[in-house]
Design a protein around this ligand. Structure first.
Ligand code: GDP
Ligand code: MG
Length: 178
């Protein structure tokens, strides 16, 4: 199967897609470094980070995380970015219906052009801003269910559900046969 994997130690490419400003970079930094930088106005940090997690069955999963440096604005570049990805995390901001529409665009794009076995996750981020919520939880649930995706709401700010997001993805990865 190549890629330096065996049945116990998986290594997977993970990409994040979604409107600029929904919190993709903050989700990655929270997961990898346990930090949140409220002063960052735009994309912060590196375009490539990795983090390994251990599952209860003693499998380890190394996520090689590709974060865009704003290329999400250029739809034509996206296929270069998600090529070969085992996981795509499509993020919207629960205070922005526009970002939810854009997330649906990315899901369709991935269904058309992504690898057939890709694991798709739909993430409603900024769940801490519940007073400004404009996308109902149920809308996220329904859309994800129709499209066979895993759904979760997160907050990179409070760390709510960030580890859970990556753990659930890890559990859903197809396992190479030993
Ligand atoms: P990206 O363009 O999708 O990578 O978005 P960023 O990660 O750069 O975040 C955009 C802005 O949203 C920044 O000002 C962050 O501080 C803010 N932000 C990101 N995640 C959260 C969150 O969970 N809650 C709140 N309240 N703000 C967030
Ligand atoms: Mg970013």
């Amino acid at each position: 199967n190549g890629g330096g994997q065996d049945a116990k130690n998986l290594r997977v490419k993970l990409v994040l897609l979604g409107d600029s400003g929904v919190g993709k970079s903050c989700i990655v930094l929270r997961f990898v470094r346990g930090q949140f930088d409220p002063t960052s106005k735009v994309t912060v940090g590196a375009s490539f980070l990795s983090q390994t997690i251990a599952l209860q069955d003693s499998t380890t999963v190394k996520f090689e995380i590709w974060d865009t440096a704003g290329q999400e604005r250029y739809a034509a570049l996206a296929p270069l970015y998600y090529r070969g990805a085992a996981v795509a995390v499509v993020v919207y901001d629960i205070t922005s219906p526009e970002s939810f529409s854009k997330a649906q665009y990315w899901v369709k794009e991935l269904q058309k052009h992504g690898s057939p076995e890709i694991v798709l996750a739909l993430v409603g981020n900024k769940a801490d801003l519940h007073e400004k919520r404009e996308v109902a939880v149920q809308d996220g649930i329904d859309y994800a269910e129709k499209n066979g995706m895993f759904f979760i709401e997160t907050s990179a700010k409070t760390a709510d559900n960030i580890n859970e997001l990556f753990e659930e993805i890890a559990k859903r990865l197809p396992r190479p046969s030993a």
